[in-house]
Design a protein around this ligand. Structure first.
Ligand SMILES: NC(=O)c1ccc[n+]([C@@H]2O[C@H](COP(=O)([O-])OP(=O)(O)OC[C@H]3O[C@@H](n4cnc5c(N)ncnc54)[C@H](O)[C@@H]3O)[C@@H](O)[C@H]2O)c1
Length: 277
């Protein structure tokens, strides 16, 4: 029996850990060849510079060697799929362009893009917002998704087949206390999703977003314990989601069966966005 994504080539951004890594593995299990990309990569001689630029969470991840970009590609190859790892900073248009060209050359096509890379490492009320983090969040979370979509678009257009899946957040639909920059970027991602969905339809490119609630990743574990508890209590299930909950929704949206779904923001929230009293 053939797998739903057999013959397709997927590229996931920010796939070194957390949701991106699980997305990459799940797409491979569904039959796709997967390109694993992240700004953090094992044995990067510029790691110190990169993490300094990126912020506190990246520094912790590098120091604790929680960087699994190449090793994820290896795991995918062990599943019998083709896979390569690339260092790719989504804010660097030249690097993004060059990676897309190399993927096309090596794999022959690019069918699925998961715009997952983001920064989610700080909360502060407006008067304490760090202006550099505001700029960085816009650059990574919003402009990064634009950069990757723009670079992949000609290949999808030429093939007359494409799937772009963006990562939004309930912070973008509901707002988030102390999350001005993060919320603004995730609301922006939903606008980008709808506009590209309209433009992509005539080329058979669908563009959708996932709107996660709270999902148990390394980033979630690093948040303030009191805040974590309050967020968990707001879900209908009284527990955070698993990375696989997101990855399975992505694998569905990437499949042939989701061909008439475009421009949606699919909530995978465990009911955190429901009215409770
Ligand atoms: N975990 C949650 O509860 C949750 C909730 C809502 C939305 N999301 C969204 O899901 C996605 C993944 O979240 P996560 O919890 O796995 O976060 P995470 O911080 O663990 O993973 C983000 C990844 O992006 C990479 N990255 C950061 N800047 C980059 C850049 N400039 N170029 C390339 N890669 C870069 C990081 O190195 C990291 O591997 C994000 O878009 C996030 O906003 C997560």
């Amino acid at each position: 029996m053939s797998l739903p994504l057999e013959g397709k080539v997927a590229l996931v951004t920010g796939a070194s850990r957390g949701l991106g890594r699980t997305d990459a593995l799940t797409l491979a299990e569904a039959g796709a060849d997967v390109v694993v990309t992240d700004i953090l990569i094992e044995e990067d001689e510029n790691l110190e510079q990169t993490t300094e630029k990126l912020g506190p969470m990246a520094q912790v991840m590098a120091q604790t060697q929680t960087v699994y970009t190449r090793s994820t590609a290896e795991r995918i190859r062990a599943l019998g799929r083709r896979s390569t790892a690339f260092r790719m900073d989504v804010t660097d248009r030249k690097e993004v362009q060059s990676v897309m060209e190399q993927v096309k050359e090596q794999f022959g096509r690019i069918d699925i893009l998961v715009n997952n890379a983001a920064t989610l490492d700080h909360t502060a009320r407006l008067e304490h917002q760090n202006d550099d983090f505001w700029e960085r969040d816009l650059r990574v979370n919003l402009t990064g998704s634009y950069n990757c979509s723009k670079a992949i678009w000609p290949y999808m257009k030429e093939q007359e087949w494409g799937r772009i899946i963006n990562m939004a957040s309930v912070a973008g639909t509901l707002g988030g206390y102390g999350q001005a920059s993060y919320s603004a970027t995730k609301a922006g991602v939903l606008g980008l999703t709808r506009s590209l969905a309209l433009e992509g339809a005539k080329y058979n490119i669908t563009v959708n977003a996932i709107v996660p609630g709270i999902i148990d990743t390394e980033a979630f574990q690093m948040s303030n314990p009191g805040m974590r508890e309050r967020m968990i209590n707001r879900t209908a299930f009284k527990r955070p989601g698993k990375p696989e909950d997101i990855a399975h929704a992505i694998a569905f949206l990437a499949s042939e069966k989701a061909g008439y779904i475009t421009g949606v923001g699919l909530p995978v929230t465990g009911g955190i966005d429901l009215f409770t009293f």
